[in-house]
Design a protein around this ligand. Structure first.
Ligand SMILES: O=C(O)CCC(=O)C(=O)O
Length: 301
């Protein structure tokens, strides 16, 4: 039987590494209210909505920051589960502030406490511009590990770029599902195109919330999660998902490449003001692990 439960808030565990680790081990997720500075997120939101406007996807006469989609956006062809076509996504990947947010000291410190080792931020960083349009189905229930691989000790930080009440979508996690091991998958619509096959009889507790700007959801690479359908008629759900791991554990090469190879790093970096966050992973002595394609093979049609 499926049950929907409000996220527990874990701000009280910040600065207590053992308590953070215990909570992650127990439920497979952590949720922090207002962990990130709203002004940084607002600025990034504005840059991304400006890109949407450049492509004609913002309804004329509406306030840019409300992110109201123009009906013509229905004609665009989204790719790679990011909500928009490659040209627009390339523009987002070129934003220095989009990459910088993943390195926010509050995030990196919290993850370092969880790992008991300074966290490596994956270079592959994802933005989702979920315009309610044809082809933008909600993300099916899945485990990140089958796509990311390397070590299972990879944690995802998901955060909305603005308030994200349930009716706008948002992410939901299946509590404790990181203990189920790697689950088989069937084909599905939405990002990743894979839906985990779960025992229907099992008691399922899906945790969700009305996200506010600055909130951060952290989950283990085996924690099953999905997006909630966007029930608004025309509002764009903007979010980012970044990944972290201990640098001492194996990593798969894709994690140091631009998401979906949308542009090469040289083009992404072309207009950046600072070199600090360019090619930073080259400072690590990383152990690379081959991608195992069998993990994404479909078990059911
Ligand atoms: O934002 C979404 O719709 C999907 C995000 C996701 O699956 C992830 O962060 O791993």
């Amino acid at each position: 039987m499926q049950k929907t439960v409000e996220f527990r808030e874990h701000n009280g565990l910040l600065d207590d590494p053992q308590a953070l680790r215990r909570q992650m081990e127990s439920d497979g997720y952590l949720f922090f209210r207002g962990l990130l500075p709203a002004d940084e997120i607002v600025a990034l939101r504005r840059r991304i909505l400006q890109i949407c406007d450049n492509y004609g996807w913002i309804a004329p006469g509406t306030e840019l920051m409300d992110g109201i989609a123009d009906p013509s956006a229905d004609a665009m062809e989204p790719f790679c589960g990011v909500g928009v076509p490659p040209a627009a996504y390339g523009d987002v990947q070129c934003l220095e502030s989009f990459h910088r947010l993943a390195h926010n000291p509050r995030l990196v410190t919290m993850l370092g406490q969880l790992f008991d080792e300074a966290a490596l931020v994956h270079a592959l960083k994802i933005a989702r511009l979920m315009i309610p349009a044809k082809g933008n189905a909600p993300t099916p229930a899945h485990q990140d590990h089958i796509f990311i691989q390397g070590t299972k000790t990879v944690y995802t930080c998901w955060m909305p770029l603005g308030d994200c009440p349930r009716r706008l979508g948002g992410l939901s996690v299946l509590r404790g599902s990181h203990k189920l091991g790697i689950l088989p998958v069937r084909a599905a619509e939405g990002a990743g195109g894979r839906h985990v096959i779960l025992d229907d009889e099992s008691e399922q507790e899906w945790f969700e919330t009305d996200f506010e700007i600055g909130d951060v959801l952290v989950f283990h690479s085996l924690t099953v999660h999905k997006s909630i359908p966007n029930l608004t008629e025309n509002q764009i759900r903007l979010s980012v998902d970044y990944r972290y791991q201990p640098p001492s554990l194996p990593i798969e090469r894709k994690s140091i490449t631009p998401h979906c190879q949308v542009l090469p790093w040289e083009e992404i970096y072309a207009d950046w003001k600072s070199e600090e966050l360019q090619y930073y992973w080259r400072d690590y002595d990383l152990e690379f692990k081959e991608y195992d394609v069998s993990l994404v093979e479909l078990q059911e049609a």
